[in-house]
Ligand binder design. Structure first.
Ligand code: UDP
Ligand code: MG
Length: 337
């Protein structure tokens, strides 16, 4: 593989770019690449695969460089450390040249065999093809129900419609990618970012497989962080909720106080003490801490945004040109959706 210093730019000749972020996936990468190239080779379109090595510490990257040349151009962008999947995807998107872009996990949970069906939807004129999981095979009951709850909450809070059970696996047209690449924000909750531009969208449901091998890089704490990121990046409604709760509680406290005074004046009942005081204090204290925490989340985000650090740093980019292909590449004909 040769070193290429410059970032790639849009190339109308490249029809499809497949973006694959990976972090320590040596076990699955050879099988993944075999399945992906088998699909792309049969596509009769010029395509490229963009691997993003998100700071892997195993031999994932040397594996990618050892893959034999296929009918697709293969790039491997090595980030200088682990920046997380969201940043890795952004890096990949910025390097795509294709007219359509598909994001794919390296662990074979998103079957590459669905690419032709996604391309068919794109050729019908859709700009975004969301891949919705029908079932979440290999995931625990707790993960499934917490995911469902999270999507419900997010869609109540966020302005743009974020489709439920649609992960990062999707197809995006060049014009959507163009807008996403222009977004300056550092807090990149990609599922929200992908939904934000709008355009012509369609949803295809599919059976999400269990991981081919290895284990998920996300633990519940990281998922909770991602959920907070998702909500706070796309909505300020939680802040309003805190204000609303404050008003409600202050109003109830005022009514309760009035009731105590009247009761004492009319019936002469002494103020009933300790337990009710504790309930009020603990309840109020909890809500105050929650609201401060919430404020902190937003201030933290402002802090990160103002620093304006780059999303990721690139250590190297490798490129393996496609083997010369016969002239069975067919022109793209896209209808209006
Ligand atoms: N991944 C990454 N950087 C990270 C964590 C994960 O690039 O910091 C990649 C990972 O190698 C895989 C994809 O993101 O290709 C999805 O990760 P994973 O399977 O762990 O997530 P899940 O499917 O459980 O949501
Ligand atoms: Mg996975």
């Amino acid at each position: 593989m040769a070193e290429v210093p410059e970032r790639s730019v849009f190339d109308a000749d490249v029809t499809l770019s497949v973006v694959v972020p990976f972090f320590n996936e040596a076990e699955v990468l050879p099988e993944f690449h075999r399945r992906l190239t088998a699909v792309l080779d049969g596509l009769k379109r010029r395509s490229e695969i963009i691997y993003i090595d998100d700071g892997s510490t195993d031999d994932s990257r040397s594996l990618v460089s050892s893959f034999p040349a296929s009918k697709s151009d293969v790039f491997c962008i090595q980030l200088s450390r682990n920046f997380g999947k969201e940043a890795a995807m952004s890096a990949g998107l910025e390097h795509t040249r294709g007219q359509a872009v598909i994001l794919l996990d390296a662990d074979l949970q998103d079957p590459p065999e669905l690419i032709p069906a996604m391309m068919a939807e794109w050729e019908k004129g859709f700009d975004v093809v969301n891949m919705q999981r029908r079932h979440r095979n290999g995931e625990s009951w707790f993960k499934r129900s917490s995911a469902r709850l999270f999507y419900r909450l997010l869609n109540i809070l966020a302005q743009s419609e974020i489709p439920e059970n649609v992960g990062d696996f999707r197809l995006l047209d060049r014009k959507v990618i163009h807008h996403i690449n222009q977004l300056p924000e550092r807090n990149r909750y990609m599922k929200g970012i992908f939904a934000w531009p709008g355009f012509e969208q369609t949803t295809v449901s599919f059976e999400r497989d269990a991981r081919f091998c290895g284990s998920s890089k996300w633990n519940y704490l990281k998922l909770l962080g991602l959920a907070v990121d998702g909500i706070t990046s796309f909505s300020i409604k939680p802040l309003r909720l805190a204000t609303l709760m404050g008003i409600l509680i202050a109003f109830s406290a005022f009514c309760y106080g009035l009731m105590v005074v009247l009761k004492t004046l009319i019936i002469g009942d002494p103020v009933s003490g300790y337990p009710s005081m504790m309930v009020v204090q603990l309840g109020l204290g909890g809500i105050q801490l929650l609201s401060i925490g919430l404020l902190g989340e937003y201030i933290g985000r402002i802090f990160i945004e103002t620093k304006a650090r780059p999303l990721y740093l690139t250590q190297s980019i490798m490129e393996k040109k496609a083997v010369v292909i016969s002239n069975n590449i067919q022109p793209v004909v896209r209808k209006a959706a």
